[in-house]
Design a protein around this ligand. Structure first.
Ligand SMILES: Cc1ncc(COP(=O)(O)O)c(C=O)c1O
Length: 372
């Protein structure tokens, strides 16, 4: 493995220092919970090694949402979705193995296979096609040597969602082609067009990955999970997890369990906040002369870009510098996702309404200031 640090991590707000930011529009999650607001009961918790697959109660809760199709012993609790993705890539891919990966994407979904030395082929989603993941294009891009197809739904960084019938079609296509399908569903609970199927329920060759970090605002406990119906694949993933860390953190998993037991107490408010902030962003976008977007249908991020007319003359480095240094406002520039820097990812779910409004106004100001 040849590890290289990714720009999205090098330039992450927690690396820059939150104190340097007034408006943080980089986050791809809902607001972080405070420990004190969760009403947790932890005094009797024993800080021992725990169940290697992960907290049994938590796995039961996750399995119960799959209509009994995924049993609890096919749920692997991981240290965030990030570890689940690492386990999937390193378990399935070796140097030279064929991977078809959608781009843009969450950087790890590309960088870990790159570190392995996989033979990567990209399926590039385009602004012009509304970032739609077209099953026919996917079929055409799969080679006989493709071992794994990797998609993210709802999509990061665009917030575009495939429809349930498109996901079913992709599951069929990959089954026919004889490859594994990884579906990064980290944003699945934030979908305005209806509930998406848990993709792992749809086929033995499918792996779903998800997390407590995004919808639930608990990135600090580092708890995610993967599911698959496939027993031998699960066994391999399980072996990988044990070799990385034996088992997860007793404390983190207990917090996740108690939280998820009360999921319905939190979810309506979270989705209400998300929807209100989306409306703020949408109104702002409608007032933008120099920016255009594909309106997102899920997740909590959007990926607008400078229009062709401005892009040709814009000093984009100065734009980001002015936005960051003068206005202390951060967004995720396109290069975090191997895209032109005319694109910026705006995380609209995480900041409070006031910070979001101010941050958006500052983007407008920075554009005015440099585009005379
Ligand atoms: C699509 C996607 N997958 C996985 C992750 C990793 O999340 P976690 O905090 O659960 O490791 C992220 C984080 O931004 C993400 O956007």
């Amino acid at each position: 493995m040849r590890y290289v640090r990714m720009p999205i991590e090098i330039e992450a707000p927690e690396e820059l220092g939150y104190d340097n930011l007034e408006c943080n529009l980089t986050e791809s999650s809902m607001p972080d919970f405070h420990f004190r607001d969760l009403g947790l009961h932890l005094d009797d918790l024993v800080l021992s090694y725990v169940d290697h697959r992960g907290h049994a109660g938590l796995r039961n809760l996750i399995a119960s949402e799959t209509s009994g199709i995924i049993p609890a012993n096919h749920v692997l609790i991981t240290s965030g979705a990030a570890q689940a993705l690492f386990i999937v890539s390193t378990s399935i891919l070796s140097k030279g193995d064929g991977l078809l990966v959608v781009r843009p994407n969450y950087a790890t979904n590309i960088e870990t296979p790159r570190a392995i030395g996989a033979d990567i082929r990209f399926l590039d989603l385009t602004f012009e096609e509304g970032y739609r993941l077209d099953p026919d294009r996917l079929r055409a891009a799969i080679l006989p040597s493709t071992r794994l197809v990797s998609i993210t739904v709802p999509h990061n960084p665009t917030g575009v969602c495939s429809r349930p019938e498109e996901i079913r079609e992709i599951v069929r296509i990959t089954a026919e082609a004889g490859c594994f399908l990884l579906v990064d569903e980290t944003y699945r609970d934030m979908n305005r067009t209806g509930v998406l199927p848990d993709a792992a329920t749809l086929g033995d060759h499918v792996i779903s990955v998800s997390s407590f970090s995004k919808t639930y605002g608990l990135p600090g406990i580092r708890v995610g999970w993967l599911t698959t119906r496939n027993s031998s694949l699960f066994e391999t993933f399980f072996a990988a997890k044990e070799q990385i860390q034996i088992c997860g953190s007793a404390l983190d998993e207990e917090i996740a369990f108690q939280f998820y037991s009360n999921k319905n107490r939190y979810l309506p408010r979270i989705l209400g906040d998300l929807d209100r902030r989306f409306q703020i962003l949408k109104r702002w976008m409608e007032s933008q002369e120099h920016l255009e977007w594909v309106e997102p249908t899920g997740g909590c991020v959007a990926f607008p870009r400078f229009r062709d007319s401005v892009w040709k003359t814009l000093d984009v480095d100065r734009f980001y510098e002015t936005l960051n240094r003068k206005f202390k406002t951060y967004v995720g520039p396109g290069h975090w996702f191997e895209q032109e820097r005319r694109h910026m990812r705006i995380g609209y779910g995480w900041p409070e309404d006031r910070e979001l409004l101010l941050g958006l106004e500052r983007i407008s100001q920075a554009v005015r200031e440099i585009h005379v």
